[in-house]
Design a protein around this ligand. Structure first.
Ligand code: ADP
Ligand code: ZN
Length: 435
């Protein structure tokens, strides 16, 4: 029997969801126009007035906001209310440049935490669970978001934050955590650390994991599920829209339901800005529907994915987004070929290698080079050069079949690739140093 945190809204009919969205968008646009000068100027420049937006169908008339706009308006330019009404600031991780700060009223925090609570309940969470949160706490939204959601569900919450893996394992085992929340790369590390201590997957009490904040593949999911003996659920979000919980996976594990009563999603062609029909792959754009402090209309996430409204067996009616293939700016162009780090991860795990790898891109004599250091599992380790070379060659061939170009593979000894406790840095692009 599926469980919902807010059943009426999570399973509302399409007509009901649309009715809510249409009602909210009119108010949200008016709120932004009256309070956010930066956006009012963009609307005026485009000749759009708040009265022109009567329903979500009219959203396409509005101008886009990019991360560069937020950086330009840093720090207060997008504030939608008097600062004295705000109770919290969070900030992006700065993965792709200068950090963006976001503001929250108490109302904004409540809605955000409810979104996270929906995700926890969708993963089977109840007030009988012990929820171990080891996303980073602080300015990063991962820890505070899941922490708040866990409180709302009534789980016993362990606010571990990231790092100090020894202590994570001690608390996880001693306090019998049943739900683990962190980045997928950190979950993989915790699984590995537990095994090293001699624990088998069935020795822990975990039943589910809620992992997000970075791209991860289906292969990575299976590997984590096996090592921890759990079901692993994806969760997505970004600081600009509030944080994690914008969308979350249900038991079907075939995409993440977007909380459509709070966020309106569009998929656009990243080059032309044209809105694409359902089922097309493109850039995800979000419009907040009821934010007070940091309302954003048509924010371009740079995340590439697909939306679908196929009926879901969990009973939820909200649109689903696929796992983001990666950010448009994560895509590597190597000798003219587009390569996503996630494709490399897929090949590695399919070929039986560990999820510990490091990609280095460089330019030598005007030619792009792609090198991948891949850590051997202890049982794969060999001191015979011939064997290692043979393994490297067959992995290079498998990569070429998937990517269309052949990287250089370097198999390295176990424990030599740095482990991630937060968002993993998978790519070092040295070409930028030469530009
Ligand atoms: P930054 O943009 O500096 O990393 P955030 O910490 O707000 O700041 O991260 C938001 C971004 O993280 C999203 O735009 C997306 O690229 C990535 N992300 C978040 N959740 C997921 C997920 N489940 N799968 C893939 N990528 C994700
Ligand atoms: Zn579902």
């Amino acid at each position: 029997m599926p469980n919902y945190y807010q059943p009426e809204i999570e399973t509302a009919s399409r007509e009901e969801i649309l009715r809510i969205q249409n009602e909210k968008i009119v108010k949200q646009v008016r709120h932004v126009y009256d309070n956010v000068k930066y956006y009012r100027d963009l609307m005026d420049k485009k000749g759009v007035k708040p009265e022109d937006i009567k329903s979500v169908d009219d959203i396409k008339k509005l101008p886009f906001i990019s991360k560069d706009d937020l950086r330009e308006a840093y720090p207060y330019g997008f504030l939608g209310t008097d600062i004295k009404n705000c109770v919290r600031i969070q900030s992006t991780s700065g993965t792709t440049g200068k950090r963006v700060v976001a503001f929250y009223t108490q109302h904004d925090i409540d809605l955000w935490e409810e979104c996270c609570a929906r995700a926890i309940v969708a993963a089977g969470g109840t007030n009988e669970d012990v929820c171990h949160v080891c996303y980073g706490y602080g300015l990063f939204t991962g820890g505070p978001g899941l922490n708040g959601g866990s409180h709302k569900v009534g789980c016993l919450t362990l606010p571990m934050s990231s790092g100090n893996t020894e202590r994570q394992i001690q608390f996880l085992m001693d306090l019998q955590a049943t739900i683990l929340c962190c980045t997928p790369s950190y979950a993989a590390y915790i699984g590995e650390a537990l095994a090293e201590k001699g624990y088998k997957p069935e020795d822990n009490k975990l039943k589910a994991g809620i992992f997000g904040a970075e791209p991860w593949t289906e292969e990575m999911r299976r590997s984590i599920e096996k090592s921890l003996g759990i079901k692993a659920y994806d969760i997505y979000g970004l600081t600009e829209t509030s944080g994690p919980g914008v969308s979350f996976e249900c038991s079907e594990q075939t995409g993440m339901h977007i909380n459509e009563d709070h966020f309106y999603a569009e998929i656009i062609d990243p080059d032309t800005g044209e809105v694409l029909p359902e089922g097309s792959k493109g850039e995800l754009v979000f419009t907040s529907l009821d934010k007070e402090a940091f309302p954003l209309l048509r924010y371009r996430t740079r995340d590439i994915c697909i939306l679908t409204r196929k009926k879901c067996s969990c009973g939820r009616t909200h649109v689903k987004m696929s796992k983001p293939l990666g950010r448009s700016d994560d895509m590597l162009i190597i000798r003219g070929v587009n390569v996503f780090p996630s494709q490399i991860e897929t090949v590695l795990l399919n070929e039986g290698y560990s999820p510990n790898y490091q990609i280095t891109v460089d330019r030598v004599n005007n030619t792009d080079t792609l090198d991948v250091d891949v850590e051997l599992l202890p049982e794969q380790f060999s001191d015979k050069m011939g064997e290692i070379q043979h393994m490297e060659k067959s992995l290079e061939d498998a990569m070429r079949a998937m990517l269309g170009i052949k990287p250089r593979i370097h198999l390295v000894a176990p424990k030599t690739v740095v482990r991630s406790e937060g968002k993993a840095v998978r790519v070092i692009d040295k070409r930028k140093l030469h530009d």
